[in-house]
Design a protein around this ligand. Structure first.
Ligand SMILES: [Ca+2]
Length: 109
């Protein structure tokens, strides 16, 4: 598989695997989100952006429609935030951004 094929397949597979673990299907509740972060994010820089250690903050940041769960669309935003974090690190752009629930979502650089 090509690299982008792998990325997309992984994003969907990870979401479905954790979302269907228990509770409502196709939605990540707080416990599932915490488990996902703990097991699927190891890089210190990414952990610094979104972490299982402060699951309340992460949930508040991701749960845009305030239903207490993270749907696939909200999960994709999460992946996007993490990707931007790594992009900024790799290109030396930005700094400590992408934290907190006050972050503007569709921010353009
Ligand atoms: Ca939600």
């Amino acid at each position: 598989m090509a690299r982008l094929d792998q990325v997309i397949t992984n994003i969907v597979d990870i979401f479905v695997e954790y979302a269907d673990d228990g509770g409502k299907k196709r939605q990540l509740n707080k416990e599932e989100l915490k488990k996902l972060f703990e097991q699927e994010i190891q890089s210190p820089d990414l952990k610094d952006t979104i972490s299982a250690d402060d699951i309340e903050e992460a949930m508040a940041m991701l749960d845009k429609n305030h239903d207490g769960e993270v749907n696939f669309r909200e999960f994709c935003r999460c992946v996007c935030v993490l990707a931007k974090c790594y992009f900024n690190k790799r290109t030396g752009k930005g700094g400590k951004r992408g934290r907190g629930k006050d972050q503007k979502e569709e921010e353009e650089d």
